[in-house]
Write a protein that binds this ligand. Structure first.
Ligand SMILES: Cc1cc2nc3c(=O)[nH]c(=O)nc-3n(C[C@H](O)[C@H](O)[C@H](O)COP(=O)(O)O)c2cc1C
Length: 176
């Protein structure tokens, strides 16, 4: 069981931190895993790509969430990137303490973790490493398997869900 370490005096209050970082638009994903046959999942927007070779990503999970403990114990998880039509799923998996999977149709991925059908994409991962940072656990995932679908992603900005309207620029050239 991971507990929150003591921290130095805060200089920026949590609501200011949340509001300001909320100006950074993100996608929305549900992280899923299972331990002893029980599925767990939570909505996240702290997902970041870390490395291409090897394929690594990270996600920051709040200490004390059931899904956080299940991932640290089980050592594997799936990232289900939500589509623009899956706002209700994002809300379902953000309600603390509820049975997020009640009445939900999930399948088991090739890496033996639950995956949400119709997600915009999913990535199945082994936990590569994890460490505590403040009130969250930073979990690095080594991506084992991916699945992509056509569609539009769900976006999150300023505490609201949003569609990405059809205003895409020309493809950005990668400089790194
Ligand atoms: C759009 C959105 C993004 C979220 N992002 C995160 C996140 O990156 N990390 C996190 O720990 N909780 C995040 N949350 C809150 C969790 O989804 C919520 O606390 C969850 O119910 C906890 O899971 P549990 O039921 O397994 O405890 C987010 C919620 C929403 C609505």
């Amino acid at each position: 069981m991971i507990t929150t370490p003591s921290s130095p005096a805060a200089t920026v209050d949590p609501m200011t931190m949340r509001r300001t970082m909320g100006r950074f638009a993100t996608g929305v994903a549900v992280i899923t895993t299972s331990t002893a046959g029980t599925p767990h999942g939570m909505t996240v927007n702290s997902l970041t790509s870390v490395s291409l070779e090897p394929p690594l990503l990270l996600v920051c999970l709040t200490i004390g969430a059931r899904t956080t403990d299940a991932i640290v114990e089980g050592g594997r998880f799936a990232v289900n990137i939500l589509s623009a039509r899956q706002e209700q799923l994002a809300l379902r998996f953000a309600r603390r303490g509820e049975d997020h999977f009640a009445g939900l149709d999930v399948t088991t991925g090739g890496h033996r973790v639950p995956v949400i059908p119709d997600a915009f994409a999913h990535l199945e991962c082994d936990v590569e490493r994890h460490f505590v940072a403040g009130d969250h656990v930073v979990v690095f995932g080594h991506v084992i398997n991916v699945c992509e679908r056509e569609g539009e992603p769900l976006a999150f900005l300023g505490g609201r869900f949003a569609d990405l309207v059809d205003r895409a620029s020309e493809p950005v050239h990668w400089f790194f």
